[in-house]
Design a protein around this ligand. Structure first.
Ligand SMILES: Nc1ncnc2c1ncn2[C@@H]1O[C@H](COP(=O)(O)OP(=O)(O)O)[C@@H](O)[C@H]1O
Ligand SMILES: [Mg+2]
Length: 226
């Protein structure tokens, strides 16, 4: 379980981005976080991966207080919480397979074990036939699938998707949303961050709305009304 208790975040002693955030997300949940651009969504994600520290409050992940995390423990947190982004962030000079193998090696898999894991990951994301393609030879939707496969290489318990469909057309968006649901069905907690109310309204999930750095609403099977 992820818990935010009285979280505040002020950047550079001046920009008050998050204010008194209290939130808990259960293991295996699928949660949407929606809010306008600049409302603090990405900051919320960065606090969960310890890329940023809160100015006040405590964040726990399965009773682990990550606000006090030591530098040496950050890699183990990042194996537990994977993130995918709007701009995919693939290594441009590496093939789909190499982009994933890079992550497998970090997670300690080599040789034939790694190869079969990559094949399996490519199957999961529906890219079995594109393993040798470079990012520039893949559509946006396919690149995002590679990024998802790479994220799954660590067997994370939580996947944060920060505007994962922001660069995709509607058909690829649908494909990625289906894949996120499949991943959630396999037991991974999914946190989908978006500014797109059509997407969240189509999913029928718990919706947390962020406005000006505060939780404006938190609804189960919600619709985003504003
Ligand atoms: N590293 C930073 N330093 C200063 N201000 C930042 C930093 N990162 C984000 N901000 C500011 O915090 C606010 C929220 O940003 P962000 O969390 O990225 O929002 P969102 O993802 O909802 O668009 C914005 O006003 C942004 O300019
Ligand atoms: Mg953002």
């Amino acid at each position: 379980m992820i818990e935010f208790k009285n979280i505040g975040k002020i950047y550079n002693n001046s920009v008050n981005v998050l204010k008194d955030i209290n939130l808990s997300i259960d293991n295996g949940e699928y949660v949407c976080i929606i809010g306008r651009s600049g409302s603090g969504k990405t900051t919320l994600a960065k606090l969960m991966t310890a890329e940023e520290k809160p100015t006040s409050g405590v964040i726990t992940i399965d009773d682990w207080d990550i606000t006090k995390i030591k530098k040496k423990d950050i890699p183990s947190l990042r194996r537990q919480i994977a993130v995918i982004f709007q701009d995919f962030r693939l290594l441009p000079k590496k093939t789909a397979k190499e982009n994933i193998s890079f992550a497998c090696e970090i997670s300690g898999d080599f040789g034939s074990k790694m190869n079969s894991k990559i094949d399996q990951l490519l199957q999961v994301v529906g890219l079995g036939d594109k393993s040798k393609n470079y990012p520039f030879e893949l559509s946006g939707g396919e690149q995002q699938r590679v990024a998802i496969a790479r994220a799954l290489a660590f067997n994370p318990s939580i996947l944060i998707a920060d505007e994962p469909t922001g660069n995709l057309d509607s058909i690829n968006t649908e494909g990625i949303l289906t894949l996120l649901q499949d991943i959630n069905n396999m037991g991974t907690t999914v946190i989908l961050i978006t500014h797109d109310k059509e997407i969240v309204n189509s999913l029928n999930k718990r919706i947390i709305t962020i406005e000006d750095g505060r939780i404006a609403s938190d609804r189960v099977n919600g619709k985003y009304l504003i």
